[in-house]
Design a protein around this ligand. Sequence first.
Ligand code: PCA
Length: 221
Amino acid sequence: MRILVTGFEPFGGQSLNPSWEVARALHGLQLPGLQGAQVVAVQLPCVFAQALPALQQALMQHTPDIVLALGQAEGRCDLSVERIAINVMDARIPDNAGAQPIDVPVIAGGPASYFSTLPIKSLVAGLRAAGFPASVSQTAGTFVCNQVFYALQHTLAGQGVHSGFVHLPLLPEQAAHWPGPNLPSWPLSLQLAAVKQAVDLLVAHRLQGGDDLPLGGGTLN
Ligand code: PCA
């Protein structure tokens, strides 16, 4: 079994992105007891025009069974397991190449949205049971993370690959220098342990089969 974990390069003037720090630390991880189950990490550029070609290349090269795409979401206080990707790019800040698309579809003519094909409720429950704060998120935003998430689900639709997106909090060294009021942060060791737990849960679910758990994870607004 191959598990592709993607992370992004730093963006928005930062020199670190927790998603890449976590992904690269997981690269080459062999899952004990599962002969041949291995994690491959790939970095994606935070550039609208380059992220999808890099994603497609990674999917073709590694033909994964599970894809866990990671991104930084400043302000989030836990592991945010994304439910849905939407077919729009609406950039509040420029990407790393200076592009700032406004209300442009990710894929012209594509459906309005795709759901994650990860067992999002089981994942949140399993993470929490293991001591890691996690929740279902109802929006992955409208920046490069959502673009990648949408294209990932579009590309793999109907192929039986389990794929989805998880947003991570800032690292403390980022939060310490963030302008404005303090934002939540998790040290890299904790983020890494939580994402490794997520990978274990996703592999176990993939091997066991079955539906996601019917647990509450909604919001009123
Ligand atoms: N977070 C941004 C893009 C790259 C990243 O790590 C986002 O949430 O869109």
